[in-house]
Design a protein around this ligand. Structure first.
Ligand SMILES: NC(=O)c1ccc[n+]([C@@H]2O[C@H](COP(=O)([O-])OP(=O)(O)OC[C@H]3O[C@@H](n4cnc5c(N)ncnc54)[C@H](O)[C@@H]3O)[C@@H](O)[C@H]2O)c1
Length: 379
């Protein structure tokens, strides 16, 4: 094999130690923003990809642009229904489960607190319980959020051992999901030789093409730009750790791959933050300014209102992921915003209908950038 063809093959198949080639992988929440990106990347890595979710939460959505090429089978499944979850997992018999299905919106959690708790807490318990009942040796990665911490807003980066908490119901539901995982791990996964491992991943303020959620900064900006209206933002000074969706997906993929084959007391079977570098700790106003550098428009801040509580400061330390997994962020803040806006401009400004190839190109760009940085998962 020549040098060039080997290099091309490496780019396509080497990431994550080639772990996913031929693996059966179930993604819950595959009809959502992050689940669709993760599923497409898994397919690129050679996995046999299954999905289990409710219908796409938004219209339009990324899922419908990629589904036909990606999923071996996808099931309509409500994670609040244990029997339905058992049925799907039993039929797929996955090697790995990525549990992303959730009610992920803070504002909606004020309107629908019980639905938020049922989906995020009971839904997580149901996935773990289904694996336990079926006695499967699969690895389970549960996606929570950077908002699961009590976060006293001191400006110090949150580490995995910091107290869990949550002012709003969404944050509390994800803190509870973390506790559910801890108890299923200690009570069942660590003690039953038949079972595999379960870990949690905490990341947040994720941006990327194909997100159309209500009340999220980037989709709100894009809707205004498409309509040629000024962008209105609340809390322009709120600081957040912004990261491209491929950053947290690379963390999820590497963590789950590393879980397999670990001993029962492995430190990998735990909670991990996947946050960006200091460079990406930016205000909401900075993000919008960067967006309109790539897609010209105007913005103004609305006066402070009596809206629901939102943390002014949120910051995550990814030191544990760096130390135990060799994981680090790849794209800088400006690249993350640039790639995000490029995706939406292709779709809505240039009118490109076919987005699966374009999304795959962004994955390949990201992998190439990680390889240049010699990141462990990429080489
Ligand atoms: N996007 C972010 O910035 C962000 C930040 C931190 C954490 N997260 C977490 O990442 C995960 C994915 O978030 P997202 O932004 O892709 O959300 P999304 O709203 O785009 O997708 C949510 C997915 O969950 C599914 N779902 C909702 N309720 C369900 C139920 N009862 N049963 C089965 N499926 C159900 C939806 O159908 C959809 O597939 C969530 O767990 C979320 O809490 C997201």
């Amino acid at each position: 094999m020549g040098r060039w063809s080997r290099a091309v093959e490496n780019l396509v198949s080497a990431p994550f130690n080639n772990f996913y080639a031929g693996k059966r992988v179930l993604v819950t929440g595959h009809t959502g923003f992050k689940g669709a990106w993760l599923s497409l990347w898994l397919k690129e890595l050679g996995a046999v990809v299954f999905g289990a979710s409710l219908l796409p939460p938004t219209q339009p959505n990324l899922y419908e642009l990629i589904a036909e090429e990606v999923f071996e089978h996808d099931a309509l499944c409500d994670v609040r229904d244990l029997a339905a979850v058992v049925k799907v997992i039993e039929s797929v018999r996955p090697d790995v489960i990525f549990h992303l299905a959730a009610q992920p919106l803070v504002r909606r959690s004020y309107a629908e607190p019980i639905e938020t708790l049922q989906t995020n807490v009971l839904g997580t318990a149901n996935v773990l319980e289904a694996v336990r009942r079926l006695g499967l040796p699969c690895a389970v990665l549960v996606v929570t959020t950077d908002k699961c911490y009590e976060n006293p807003e001191t400006g110090r980066a949150q580490i995995e051992t910091d107290p869990l908490g949550g002012h709003d119901v969404y944050s509390a539901s994800k803190a509870c999901a973390e506790l559910v995982v801890q108890s299923w791990r200690k009570s069942f996964f660590q003690t039953d030789a038949k079972l595999g491992h379960v870990a949690t991943a905490r990341a947040g303020n994720v941006i990327g093409g194909g997100d159309y959620a209500e009340d999220r900064l980037v989709p709100d900006c894009i809707r205004a730009l498409i309509a040629k209206q000024p962008i209105t933002i609340r809390s322009p000074d709120a600081l957040r750790p912004w990261q491209h969706v491929l950053e947290c997906c690379s963390g999820y993929l590497w963590l789950a791959a590393r879980l397999v084959g670990e001993g029962k007391d492995s430190p990998i079977s735990g909670a991990f933050n996947f946050g960006p570098d200091e460079d990406a700790r930016r205000s909401v106003g900075d993000v919008v300014t960067e967006i309109i550098r790539h897609w010209p428009g105007e913005f103004h801040a609305t006066p402070p209102s009596n809206g629901p509580h939102e943390a002014k400061l949120l910051w995550l330390s990814a030191a544990k992921a760096k130390q135990l997994l060799g994981w680090q962020p790849t794209w800088r803040f400006t690249e993350a915003v640039g790639k995000t806006v490029e995706w939406y401009r292709q779709r809505h400004d240039a009118g490109r209908e076919e987005m699966a190839d374009f999304t795959r190109e962004q994955i390949a760009d990201y992998v190439a950038a990680a390889q240049l940085k010699q990141l462990t998962w990429a080489i």
